[in-house]
Ligand binder design. Structure first.
Ligand code: OOG
Ligand code: NI
Length: 459
């Protein structure tokens, strides 16, 4: 079979993300309102900032600027996680990073399935934050068994989806002629089911143990619980949400607004209450699905990340954001003051080794022979080698916990044993996850080596 009989994994992922977007806008109308707001703010930002518009035009194109960058699902069993991995692999999405949410009182551990190569990211960066329920952290053994029994009965993929995945694995890809059917079948897995799998009585008991357990166990499949477009001005969207009748979570997660953006800033509108028919009771209620936005900055080195974590902890020690937003202004002020310790020029960030950069030779022709005697750093200082931020493509556990909590009803964190267990997660996944720091370091090193080769110097 010739290569051209297959759709490329990136093209398949692009189809998947736009199909998810369409489905979710139909399922959650407030999400459509958020998408419209994001597009309006992005348009306004671009028309008032021509330089930004030009940069984005040359690097990534402007057409898809307001598209979804990620979504999130929660799975119930190891077998489901293994199946999801196989489905996502066909779309060029691989597990990167390990996130332990038990530290925040949420009984899950997670990874992000995402494209890894630069080209794949630029074609379509869509990723899925994927959590696996940790029933091993539940103390009530009888309830745990009940939940396990319910989960053991469900099949999250249709028979046809399984056939298409298996066929793609055997043939080395998804045939072009099967692409639409592949997407349609995979999409079914992430659909919302207004009918629960269980009785209202069991739902209540699961819910009392932890709202998240009820969200995972009660339904036929892992409904997509949010999608997240990219915004060019997150503060603006946060401020404008109420005017469009959507209610934002109390504070934006992550670092403060800065000249040199770092890592990831996120916020969401609060999950809506939805009608659910249980096996015994019709017209029950469940709160699960919401919409989120994100704005990304530079990837930090372990040193930069340690500084970020320390400053965020210091902020939260001084001011813990209240779920009702009553101290939001104070929190933002404390966050900004505390983060003034983090350098806010690219040169400062670079000199302190806090973040990863992509290096390129500015103008090889202009370099005289004598200048090639200079060291790498001297060439950077002289402007012969330029450096640009490598964007952070992953997630942040404290932010993720804030997003979970605000949408599970902002109750005080449950009493869950802290229990990070990457080894267990990788066994459940049937693969190891890519270490994101090693990955960013390799990107930076490759770019340095490229420069070195061009200029005939060693770093
Ligand atoms: C996932 C929350 C994490 C993010 O953007 O940090 C996440 C969930 O609520 O299932 O999506
Ligand atoms: Ni998210």
């Amino acid at each position: 079979m010739s290569d051209s009989s297959f759709i490329s994994p990136s093209d398949l992922r692009a189809k998947f993300s736009s199909a998810m977007s369409l489905m979710y806008r139909n399922e959650v109308p407030a999400y459509g309102t958020l998408m419209d707001l994001v597009a309006d703010v992005n348009d306004a930002t671009l028309s008032s900032d021509k330089e930004l518009a030009d940069t984005l035009e040359t690097t990534n194109g402007l057409e898809r600027i307001s598209d979804e960058r990620h979504g999130a699902i929660r799975l119930g069993t190891e077998a489901e996680l293994k199946l999801i991995r196989r489905a996502f692999q066909q779309m060029g999405m691989f597990p990167v990073g390990y996130y332990d949410l038990s530290v925040a009182g949420i009984p899950v551990h997670s990874t992000a399935f995402r494209p890894i190569e630069g080209e794949a990211l630029s074609i379509n960066p869509f990723r899925v934050f994927t959590s696996l329920l940790r029933l091993d952290l539940i103390e009530d053994q009888a309830l745990k068994e009940e939940a396990e029994n319910v989960l053991a009965e469900r099949n999250i993929f249709s028979q046809r989806a399984l056939e298409l995945i298996t066929e793609a694995e055997q043939q080395g890809g998804v045939l072009k002629e099967n692409a639409d059917e592949f997407i349609a079948e995979i999409l079914k897995t992430f659909k919302w089911h207004p009918e629960a799998n269980i009785t209202h009585e069991l739902y209540e008991r699961l819910h009392k143990e932890h709202r998240l357990i009820a969200d995972v166990v009660s339904f036929k499949g892992p409904h997509i619980n949010h999608l997240t477009p990219r915004t060019l001005d997150i503060d603006q969207v946060q401020d404008l949400m109420p005017a469009r009748d959507i209610s934002p979570k109390a504070v934006i997660e992550g670092p403060p607004n800065r000249k040199c953006p770092i890592l990831l800033r996120q916020t969401s509108f609060k999950a809506l209450e939805e009608q659910v028919d249980f096996l015994d009771v019709k017209g029950g209620k469940h709160t699960a699905r919401f919409g989120e936005i994100e704005q990304r900055g530079i990837a930090l080195t372990p040193k930069g990340r340690a500084l970020y974590d320390r400053l965020l902890n210091e902020t939260r020690d001084k001011c813990t954001p209240a779920p009702d937003g009553s101290n939001a202004q104070e929190y933002v002020q404390v966050l900004e003051d505390t983060f003034s310790e983090f350098p806010d020029t690219w040169e400062g960030v670079r000199k302190d080794g806090l973040a990863y950069f992509h290096y390129t030779v500015s103008d090889p022709e202009k370099l005289g022979n004598d200048q090639t005697d200079l060291s790498f750093e001297a060439l950077v200082d002289a402007g012969h080698i330029r450096f640009d931020p490598i964007i952070y493509e992953d997630f942040l556990p404290v932010s993720a916990a804030g997003i979970f909590q605000s949408n599970l009803g902002d109750k005080k964190a449950a009493n869950i044993a802290h229990n990070s267990n990457q080894e267990l997660f990788e066994a459940q996944l049937g693969a190891s996850v890519l270490d994101e720091f090693a990955h960013y370091a390799a990107l930076e090193n490759n770019s340095k080596a490229q420069c070195g080769k061009l200029l005939n110097i060693s770093n």
